[in-house]
Design a protein around this ligand. Structure first.
Ligand SMILES: *Cc1c(COP(=O)(O)O)cnc(C)c1O
Length: 402
């Protein structure tokens, strides 16, 4: 059976060039990067090369890159570290309702510690309005933390504009760029970014490696203690193979970005157009154009996302959904809720995220299989025909199909 992986926003396969260098650093160049002997010096060299490769991709300086265990840790480090370092200046933080839980739950933790957090609303396409942001700024605001690309619906937020507003108001600006790093051009200076989180496993490097960009001179209290590694910002023996693999993956992503984005945009639009054309009562979630090249997120009415995922899995297609189960709760995705999409439509959401390994044949296969599955599921649902009309009225208020 054909196997089609369309869940690249969840994780990616390690690309062969990266796997090769990672293996070398596991078995041959295995020294502790802090050791003074040749084994240690060789490992150190690998770490410092990776630091340069990553800095280059976002126009930062190598000494502004701090390796972490991934995007989650980088988000925690940036947000808690800034809060602790600036608590005498103020206790107010601004973020959005559509952040990843690594940011949202960290903010919730800080609220329990006496900080105040404003969660900005977004519009029906998950876009943030700059006037809303400006109005939320207070004298005691110490941090703005906003994601670059939303991981569920793929909307690209106006980071440059947000950075300009943060700078104008002398507020630190952190960006969760896990979904854009290596996929969209980033210039931390042009965009006025003070801190930025990135992760290896979303760009064809191993899981468990990531980094925080921290602008030189930015105060940050450490949240971990125990060693002098990463200039005491992040103690613990460095994950040298992961770091080296992450560095190479970043460099390759930068080189291939333009061409790969063209290819993915074409595949994405073919998939979106095909779904909307072939499946009645379907709609696109997220922004039509300000959208990550590989992201497709649609709602298919009267369908439960979980059943759809199971049926797709039986056909060899790996995707994800913004409804229950996947997140371990009965609530539909907080992102779709923030966009004002009603429960009914949010529960039938399907996310297909494309990447390097996808081809046009994969798109054709999904376009052949998905409409059949949706039809079958709708037929099987005893509720579908009986309360369809009633539900349709209920949902008409949030119809986003344009
Ligand atoms: C995947 C992801 C994270 C978490 O990164 P990990 O390296 O898996 O910890 C954080 N934010 C966003 C937007 C993500 O997509």
């Amino acid at each position: 059976m054909r196997r089609v992986y369309m869940d690249h926003s969840a994780t990616t396969p390690v690309r062969p060039e990266v796997a090769q260098v990672v293996t070398k650093y596991f078995t041959e160049t295995f020294g502790n990067a802090s050791s003074v002997h040749a084994f240690g010096r060789e490992a150190r060299k690998g770490v410092e090369t990776a630091r340069e490769q990553i800095a280059n991709l976002i126009k930062a300086k190598p000494e502004e890159i701090f390796f972490t265990s991934g995007g989650t840790e980088a988000d925690n480090m940036a947000i808690i570290g800034t809060a602790l370092a600036n608590k005498d200046k103020g206790k107010h933080i601004i973020t959005t309702q559509i952040e990843h839980h690594a940011v949202l739950d960290t903010c919730k933790y800080l609220e329990k510690q006496g900080f105040e957090v404003t969660y900005l609303p977004v519009d029906a396409e998950a876009m943030l309005d700059m006037e809303t942001l400006k109005k939320a700024i207070r004298k005691d605001t110490i941090l703005i933390t906003i994601m670059h690309v939303n991981n569920e619906v793929g909307t690209i937020l106006p980071i440059k504009e947000i950075g300009a507003i943060a700078k104008e108001n002398n507020i630190l600006f952190h960006v969760d760029a896990v979904q854009s790093f290596g996929k969209l051009p980033i210039d931390v200076n042009q965009m006025n970014i003070d801190m930025l989180s990135a992760s290896g496993h979303k760009i064809y490097a191993p899981k468990g490696i990531g980094c925080l960009f921290l602008r030189k001179g930015t105060k940050l209290s450490p949240i971990m203690f125990g060693g002098a590694q990463e200039r005491k910002r992040r103690p613990g023996t460095e994950n040298v193979p992961g770091i080296v693999g992450f560095g190479l993956a970043a460099e390759l992503a930068g080189k291939e970005m333009e061409e790969e984005n063209k290819r993915l945009t074409k595949l994405r639009d073919k998939l979106i157009d095909g779904i909307l054309e072939k499946i009645p009562e379907s709609q696109l979630n997220g922004h039509r154009t300000q959208r990550l090249p590989g992201n497709v997120n649609v709602s298919l009415r009267y369908i439960e996302g979980e059943s759809l995922l199971l049926m797709l899995d039986l056909k060899g297609i790996a995707a994800s959904s913004g409804s229950a189960c996947t997140s371990g709760s009965l609530d539909p995705s907080h992102v779709l809720m923030a966009m004002g999409i009603c429960h009914e439509i949010a529960h039938g959401s399907l996310r297909l995220t494309l990447g390097k390994i996808n081809t046009e044949e994969d798109i054709d296969y999904v376009l052949e299989v998905l409409p059949e599955i949706v039809e079958k599921l709708r037929e099987m649902s005893p509720l579908y025909n009986s309360i369809k009309l009633e539900r349709r009225e209920e949902c008409s208020k949030c119809t986003l199909t344009k």
